[in-house]
Design a protein around this ligand. Sequence first.
Ligand code: IMP
Ligand code: MG
Length: 182
Amino acid sequence: MSAWEDYLSEYLEEILIEAEPLQQRVKELGQQLSADYAGKNLLLICILKGGVPFLTDLMRQITIPHEIDFLAVSSYDRGARASGGVVRILKDLDEPIEGRHVLIVEDIIDSGNTLNYITRLLNERHPASIKICTLLDKVERREVEIPVDYVGFPIEDRYVFGYGLDLDEKFRNLPFVGIAKT
Ligand code: IMP
Ligand code: MG
């Protein structure tokens, strides 16, 4: 075992989605998006930081012209979530989105509070359309109903990391999604 694998095994319970099926699903999503948004002025909005690996792989599987932009919001602790999930913008988009076909690219949807806030915020800027593409969806954890248009993998309620998702800010670089040891 390499030192890296040795180190990782302290935190990794098991691999949930291996790199190969993950890349295969990203490719399928890219093909679907290329068909669905053909002839449209597509703008991918990546939610920092977790959405980065997904965005960079997904955009390379999209075969129609498109642009990208980045949005960073604060996460909130459980106390804040219980009192209504206040989310704050840390880094706003560079460009206006009025009249644009917006696709939000996110790593995971849990309660739905973050994306509920983001879609409400972006809708006020009058995009032509706004849809959501998430790699992972913890369906049973949902607290607010939000329409999720593209899902990589529905998953059960376990803490996962890798491929953008962090464990105390680390391991976003892993090419697979793993379940954390508890
Ligand atoms: P929501 O507002 O509850 O939907 O939270 C979504 C955010 O929580 C995601 O963008 C992640 O940053 C974080 N999150 C939720 N579940 C996990 C997980 O299993 N691993 C890592 N981050 C997670
Ligand atoms: Mg996130």
